[in-house]
Design a protein around this ligand. Structure first.
Ligand SMILES: Cc1cc2nc3c(=O)[nH]c(=O)nc-3n(C[C@H](O)[C@H](O)[C@H](O)COP(=O)(O)O)c2cc1C
Length: 402
């Protein structure tokens, strides 16, 4: 009872706000956020089957305990896309993350830089690419591009990403149309286009005073920074951005778009949103530097397999012919154990989506840093218990059933 009351308080009012386990940030985020933002973050397509499948597939993978292996030091670092990182974990692109904390993308990017992991800025972030670049003192970060019908907009955001020092482009291909996410359609939800929706969201916001002041008032402007220049004069509302996005989804695109992007982008090119071995092999043949095995956190196609179930088939389809293509994966990764499972199944690294946003919403930049600290310790502990001392040492032999 007492714990339930405590969980509903804003994070900074709770006496035991300090997260002790990675999972602690989720209830803290829920307590901190207005309902429309919580529903957007938690949202998944249809009846949430793809979302559930991600967790179920991971939970079904058993690790192999090993003992007396004489490990003196454990190294969790990796080399990926030309740089060294302290953990095999990157922050996935999350649209409008700047609504979860004041100038949220800038805070998360600073956290990632301090920890030594990649941060990916979404096309539809609140902060502009330039604002994030300034936050990380010009250090390179990753930029995610959606398929945008407006070619001028596409070229402009790519040029800006390059100018701001992004060295890796994450090109998301699993959103030719948005999935059917019902949570956002209910009254006051992010996609509720009714005239009363704004008032409903305001009412939800005033029940979360910490968010209302810190983000609602002091975190402005609440536009999607990189998209704002392409809207008509005077358009700054949520509805205007939804209209622009709806006009810019393009189910007509095909593989030739990769050649176009290659012409416009000289840095690393990573294709995100692949779940089928044939598509993965095709992307590898097209010359990408990496791919992200993903079902968009269960937010796009409904009824798909969990990514951990799809990953081995993709590794088998790509590695033998294209050993240099980095294979990343996301979907349901919540613990150091999950990271280990994905690496044991053949991934070079994982992306996390919702977890970093929970930490950001609960405790800002410091929360994201703390989440990485907890997850890193968990990974290192699990590595010792599974008898490996490096990420490269985690392979199919780390699984109870290889
Ligand atoms: C609220 C939210 C917004 C997202 N926005 C984007 C986006 O703008 N671009 C993108 O490629 N993926 C986006 N994703 C998908 C994530 O990048 C990632 O694939 C997914 O969250 C991984 O699953 P997880 O949340 O279980 O870790 C979003 C996911 C969430 C939860």
């Amino acid at each position: 009872m007492l714990a339930r009351v405590r969980d509903r308080l804003p994070a900074r009012w709770r006496p035991t706000a300090k997260a002790l386990a990675p999972a602690d940030f989720r209830p803290a985020a829920r307590a901190a956020l207005p309902a429309f933002l919580w529903n957007y973050l938690e949202g998944a397509a249809g009846e949430r089957q793809s979302f559930e499948a991600n967790r179920a597939a991971l939970a079904g993978i058993e690790l192999r305990p090993r003992v007396l292996r004489g490990l003196s030091e454990v190294d969790t670092s990796i080399e990926l896309l030309g740089r060294r990182w302290t953990l095999p974990i990157a922050l996935a692109p999350v649209g409008a993350a700047g609504m979860f904390a004041r100038r949220g993308e800038a805070q998360a990017a600073r956290a990632a830089r301090r920890v030594g992991v990649p941060f990916t800025l979404s096309t539809v972030g609140v902060c502009t690419t330039a604002e994030v670049s300034e936050a990380v003192a010009g250090e390179p970060f990753w930029f995610q591009l959606y398929v945008i019908r407006d070619r001028v907009a596409r070229r402009t955001v790519l040029e800006e990403a390059r100018r701001c020092g992004c060295d890796t482009l994450v090109f998301t291909v699993d959103m030719p149309v948005p999935g059917r996410r019902y949570d956002d359609l209910y009254p006051g939800g992010l996609a509720d286009g009714a005239r009363s929706a704004g008032l409903r969201r305001t009412l939800q916001a005033v029940t979360k005073p910490h968010w209302a002041v810190n983000v609602g008032l002091l975190g402005r402007p609440h536009t999607l920074g990189n998209v704002a220049p392409f809207l008509r004069d005077g358009e700054t509302g949520l509805r205007d951005f939804f209209r622009w996005m709806a006009e810019n989804f393009d189910p007509g695109i095909d593989w030739s778009v990769l050649d176009e992007i290659r012409d416009q982008w000289r840095g690393n090119l990573v294709v995100k949103g692949i779940l089928d071995p044939e598509d993965a092999a095709r992307a590898a043949r097209a010359g990408v530097d990496g791919l992200v095995v993903s079902n968009h956190g269960g937010r796009q196609i409904e009824g798909a397999p969990g990514t951990a179930a799809g990953l081995p088939g993709i590794v088998a389809a790509v590695r033998p012919t294209h050993p240099d293509v980095a294979i990343l994966v996301d979907g349901g990764v919540r613990s150091g154990t999950d990271v280990m499972r994905m690496v044991a199944l053949g991934a070079d690294a994982v992306l996390v989506g919702r977890p970093w946003v929970y930490a950001l919403a609960a405790e800002g930049q410091g929360g994201v840093e703390r989440w990485f600290d907890l997850i890193g310790r968990e990974l290192a502990t699990q590595m010792v218990l599974a008898g490996v001392d490096s990420i490269a040492g985690i392979d199919s032999g780390t699984l109870a059933r290889a």
